[in-house]
Design a protein around this ligand. Sequence first.
Ligand code: AMP
Ligand code: MG
Length: 286
Amino acid sequence: MSKQFLWKVKESSKVKLKDYSPEYRDDHIERDVAEEQLQKLSKELGELQELMTAAQKNSLLMILQGMDTSGKDGTIRHVLSAVNPQGCTVHSFKEPSLEELQHDFLWRIHQHTPPLGVFGVFNRSHYEDVLVVRVHNLVPEKKWQKRYQSINAFEELLADSGTIILKFFLHISKDEQAKRLRAREDEPEKSWKLNVGDWKERAYWDDYQEAYEDALSKCSTESAPWYIVPANHKWYRNMAIAQTLVETMQQYKDEWRKDLLARGEKELVALKQIHAEQSYESKIRK
Ligand code: AMP
Ligand code: MG
């Protein structure tokens, strides 16, 4: 396996976000090289998606989480540029509706998990139920504490049903967030993203970091790993995520190909039989 540009969280490890620099980038990767690399990886991702769609054996679920301005939308736009929209679903999870609140917290999530063959993206996810909900005491601690276990069981169910799960935490620094929020105020073309709520949430930065540390520590498993993405440099973030997606999907490539070939051969045998029958019938009719 080639070099990893981000950090995969080991199962049952205790994550301290201070140990991971949001500024990190591999010394050997310059911006122009990374952008070129992203083009290649995007193309490969498109080809792998096509194979996955045809094989109908797996689906892929990419979960994006991160503080406001961490780049969830930008990642979707840049990393999935060559993915066929026909085989892709993107769902953004906002504050739950009254109806959603009247169900268990995974009810609204389960409806949007990708079916076999589909590349699904979650922009925020069920993790909000142990992040914003925890930080703002939206439910009692006793309730959110149990959710980590429910999340692990839920993701195991998805994985057992053929879903390849990758979870990316876009790790930015508090200074970088301030820079990005200010840019929205200063640059008219970014002003549509302005949201006073973002400045208010920023006051809870440390609580969020702690909540993220717990989610990353308790919910990274072999079948649904968390990746910490150094995300202060957008170009580096995009390349690192694209590379991880491609490497993960490549592990299934041979299996998908083999299945497709076997399916093709089966169809060919059936076709030959039909041709033989048709030519026999036309002979006896003569
Ligand atoms: P944005 O991603 O900027 O469109 O914002 C969506 C907002 O919805 C964020 O402030 C999230 O914290 C909030 N949100 C998402 N899921 C939940 C949830 N389960 N409970 C409460 N708020 C949520
Ligand atoms: Mg926002």
